[in-house]
Ligand binder design. Structure first.
Ligand code: NFS
Length: 671
C-alpha cells in the first residue's frame, strides 16, 4: 500500500516553512522534505554495517557473525565508518579555521583589502595565552605572530596543538595519559584515513581512540582557532537585536542571502551593502536598497556580530528560494544543497558559488579572494541588483521573530558581574544553590527525517521548565530564535522559577545564542572557566551539564559530539544512530555502541548516546544533571524554594496595601 504523504505540518512546526511547502507543491518542485519522504534510508548503511573501503566489496553484513571479504567484522566496519565521518567533520571545521588564520596573516601584513583588526583586546588576550609578546607592539605585529602560530598548528608533526593548553589541567592529564592529544590538525585527519584503508587498523577500540584524537584536533584545534580569529577580525559578539525567519525578506529591496559558514566574505558583503555606491546602484534598479540575510552558520556569524537577520536554518535554504524574492544566494562552504541550482531555475534566483573549494554545476562562480574582498563583494552585489528586474511573482511568509543573540563567553563573563568584577562566580553560585539545576547545550542541524525544529524546541522548552539554563549554537539556535525563545521576557513564560529569577536579575533570555557550530568551542571555554571559578569540581566532567544534538545530520556534528565527550560531557544525539548495528543484536555484545558510551565514560567521564525519543533525552539529561549535583554534594534540586523573588515577588507585592508591602519587604512595619 502506498504510504500516505506527509502534510506540511508534519514536515515542520514552523508556519513559514509550512507555507513554502504548500507553494512547492503548487509549483510542482521537490524539496529536501519531499525527497526525504521518497528516499527510504538504507538500513544497512545507516546502521554502519556496510563497508566500501576497497574494491573487493562493497560488503554489507546482514547476518550475525558475517564478515566482509577481508574478514572485517561488523565492529571494525562500524568503527571505521564512524572515524571517517568524524575525520571529515574535523577537516571541514579545521579548514575553516585555517582559512581564517590565513586571512589574519594577510590583514596583519596589509594585504587584505577592506579588513581590519576589530578586537585588539581579544588579540592581546589570545596572543598572551601562547606567550606571544604584546607590550609595546602594534596590533599588526602581534597578529602576524599569532597567525604564524595558528597556521603552524595544521601542519605540525610533533608535540601538542597549542589550544590544548587552555583546557582544565586535569583534562589535559587524562588526554596525555591516553595518548590522544592531537599533534597537528592535518596529521590526525590524515592518520584517520590511513588507519581505515584496507588492511590497516582493525581493532575497533584502537580505531575509536584515534577518533577522539581526530575530534580533539577540531574542538581544541581548528574550530577554536576559527572562533578566536573571527572575533579578532570581526569583533567579539555582544548582545544586540536581531530577527529570524523568512519574513525578514523584503518585497521592495534586492534580497541577497549569504549561506554557508565562513564569515570572511559575508562580513565584507555586509560592509559593501551599506556602501553609498551600492545603495545608489540598487536605487537606480528601482529597489530600496539591498536587504541582506543569512542561512545556516553564515547567518549565525553575521547575526551575532552585526545583527543581520537570519532567513532560517539548514532546511530553510530551499524554502527561501521558493519565495521568489531572492535575487542571489551567495554560498561558500558546507551544508549547501546541490538541489539549490535546479530549484532556482524555476525562479530568477542566481546561485553564486565563491569558494575555490566549492563549485556546483549550473551555478555562477565568482571566486572570493581576501586580498580583493571589497571589490569582489561589490561585484557580487551588483550581479544581484542587476537580477532584480527579472523578479516574478513573490510570496514572502509574514513570519519573523525578534531575538537577542551575541552571547560570547567574554560577554557571559561580563554580564554576570559587570566590567570590574566579571566572573563566572554568580553562575556557579546559582548552580550550587539549585536556582539553576544545570546547563544544557542544544546544538546542531535540521534533518528532514524528523519534523523541522520540533525536537530542538521540544527538548529546549522541557529543560527550561526544569530550571536548566540552555545555551545554543548552529541551526538549533536558529530554531529556538524562530520560535521566540531567544528574546528576554517572551521566552520566560515557561521557564522554571529559579532560572526565571536569574534571567530577570541579569536581564538575559533563558536560552543564550552562542554562535555558529565552530563556536561550540565557546561552550568548552565557558565550561573550563566554570571549573576554574571553583565549587563545581576540578574538571568538566563534574559539572552538571549535558550536550544535545536532537536533529543532527552532518559529519561535523559527529566530530563536535566526540570532542565534547572527550572533554567530559554527556552527549546525546537524536534521530538515527550510525552505529546501531543489527536490529536483533543484544546491545551488550555491540562493541562500538558500548565503547562510545560506557567505554568512553570510564576514561573521559563523558559518553555518546543516540536517543530517538525526545522525552527520553530530557529524562536522561535531568537524571545526569541530578547525579552530578549529588556527586558534588550540592543541595537537591527543589523548585519550590524559588520563584518568590525578582520580578515575580514585585508583582505579588503590587496588590498589597503600602504598610503590608513594607512589612513584606523590610520585615517590620515602619509607620
Ligand atoms: Ni552545523 Fe553549520 Fe546547520 Fe548542521 Fe550545517 S549549518 S556547522 S552542520 S546544518 S548545524
Amino acid at each position: 500500500m502506498p504510504r500516505e504523504k506527509k502534510t506540511p505540518e508534519q514536515h515542520s512546526i514552523d508556519p513559514a516553512a509550512q507555507e513554502m511547502l504548500i507553494r512547492a507543491d503548487q509549483i510542482g518542485v521537490s524539496t529536501a522534505f519531499s525527497r526525504a519522504e521518497d528516499m527510504i534510508p538504507c538500513n544497512i548503511g545507516g546502521a554502519g554495517m556496510c563497508c566500501k573501503l576497497c574494491g573487493m566489496g562493497p560488503c554489507r553484513l546482514v547476518k550475525d557473525g558475517q564478515t566482509g571479504v577481508c574478514g572485517a567484522t561488523i565492529d571494525t566496519m562500524q568503527a571505521r565508518n564512524l572515524i571517517r565521518a568524524i575525520a571529515a567533520g574535523s577537516a571541514a571545521h579545521s579548514d575553516h579555521g585555517r582559512d581564517m588564520a590565513f586571512t589574519l596573516k594577510a590583514v596583519a601584513n596589509g594585504e587584505a583589502e577592506g579588513y581590519q583588526i576589530r578586537d585588539i583586546a581579544k588579540l592581546r588576550v589570545v596572543a598572551s595565552r601562547y606567550d606571544i609578546p604584546i607590550e609595546d607592539r602594534a596590533p599588526e605585529e602581534i597578529a602576524n605572530d599569532l597567525a604564524d602560530l595558528y597556521i603552524s598548528q595544521f601542519g605540525q608533526q610533533r608535540g601538542e596543538v597549542a589550544p590544548i593548553s587552555q583546557a582544565p589541567e586535569k583534562r589535559q592529564a587524562i588526554w596525555r595519559e591516553q595518548g590522544v592529544v592531537p599533534r597537528g590538525v592535518d596529521r590526525e585527519v590524515v592518520e584517520a584515513l590511513h588507519r581505515t584503508h584496507i588492511g590497516d587498523d582493525q581493532d575497533p577500540v584502537h580505531i575509536l581512540s584515534h577518533a577522539i584524537r581526530t575530534a580533539l584536533a577540531d574542538g581544541w584545534g581548528g574550530s577554536m582557532i576559527a572562533t578566536d580569529v573571527s572575533d579578532i577580525l570581526f569583533g567579539t559578539p555582544a548582545p544586540l537585536l536581531g530577527e529570524a525567519n523568512l519574513g525578514v525578506l523584503k518585497d521592495d529591496m534586492v534580497n541577497v542571502i549569504v549561506h554557508g559558514h565562513e564569515p570572511t566574505l559575508s562580513e565584507m558583503i555586509v560592509a559593501a551593502s551599506q556602501d553609498p555606491e551600492i545603495i545608489e546602484y540598487a536605487k537606480a534598479a528601482g529597489a530600496n536598497g539591498v536587504n541582506l540575510s543569512g542561512i545556516c552558520c553564515t547567518a549565525n556569524e553575521i547575526l551575532m556580530r552585526q545583527g543581520i537577520p537570519a532567513a532560517g536554518n539548514f532546511l530553510h535554504q530551499e524554502l527561501s528560494i521558493l519565495t521568489g524574492a531572492v535575487e542571489a544566494m551567495v554560498v561558500d562552504v558546507q551544508c549547501i544543497m546541490q538541489a539549490l541550482v535546479g530549484l532556482a531555475q524555476n525562479f530568477h534566483t542566481q546561485i553564486i558559488t565563491t569558494s575555490p573549494k566549492v563549485k556546483i554545476k549550473g551555478a555562477t562562480h565568482i571566486e572570493f579572494d581576501e586580498h580583493h574582498a571589497m571589490t569582489i563583494a561589490k561585484q557580487i552585489l551588483k550581479t544581484a541588483i542587476d537580477n532584480y528586474k527579472n523578479r516574478g511573482e513573490t510570496q514572502i511568509p509574514d513570519v519573523r521573530e525578534n531575538l537577542v543573540p551575541g552571547f560570547s563567553h567574554e560577554y557571559i563573563n561580563y554580564m554576570l558581574g559587570g566590567s570590574y568584577r566579571g566572573s563566572f562566580r554568580p553562575l556557579n553560585d546559582a548552580i550550587i544553590s539549585g536556582r539553576i539545576r544545570g546547563v544544557a547545550a542544544i546544538v546542531g542541524c535540521n534533518n528532514p527525517r524528523s519534523q523541522q525544529d520540533y525536537l530542538h524546541t521540544h527538548v529546549t522548552k522541557e529543560l527550561l521548565k526544569q530550571d536548566v539554563l540552555v545555551v545554543e549554537t548552529g541551526c538549533g539556535a536558529i530554531a529556538a530564535a524562530k520560535l521566540g525563545l531567544l528574546l528576554g521576557e517572551a521566552g520566560l513564560a515557561h521557564v522554571g522559577p529559579g532560572l526565571r529569577e536569574i534571567c530577570e536579575t541579569i536581564g538575559v533570555p533563558p536560552v543564550l545564542h552562542m554562535g555558529s557550530c565552530v563556536d561550540n568551542t565557546r561552550i568548552l571555554t565557558v565550561l573550563t572557566q566554570m571549573v576554574e571559578e571553583g565549587g563545581l569540581g576540578d574538571d568538566i566532567d563534574q559539572i552538571p551539564a549535558v550536550g544535545l544534538a536532537p536533529e543532527w545530520m552532518s559529519e561535523k556534528a559527529l566530530s563536535i559530539g566526540t570532542y565534547c565527550v572527550a572533554s567530559g560531557a554527556y552527549v546525546m544525539f537524536g534521530g538515527s544512530s550510525p552505529v546501531s548495528g543489527m536490529p536483533d543484536r543484544v546491545e551488550d555484545s555491540d562493541i562500538v555502541l558500548n565503547y562510545i558510551s560506557k567505554g568512553w565514560e570510564d576514561i573521559y567521564g563523558g559518553k555518546l548516546e543516540f536517543v530517538e525519543d525526545p522525552d527520553e533525552m530530557v529524562r536522561r539529561t535531568l537524571a545526569h544533571i541530578d547525579l552530578k549535583r549529588a556527586d558534588l554534594g550540592l543541595v537537591e534540586y527543589d523548585p519550590a524554594r524559588f520563584g518568590r523573588s525578582g520580578d515575580a515577588r514585585m508583582r505579588e507585592l503590587e496588590d498589597l496595601p503600602l504598610a503590608e508591602r513594607r512589612q513584606a519587604l523590610y520585615g517590620a512595619a515602619t509607620d
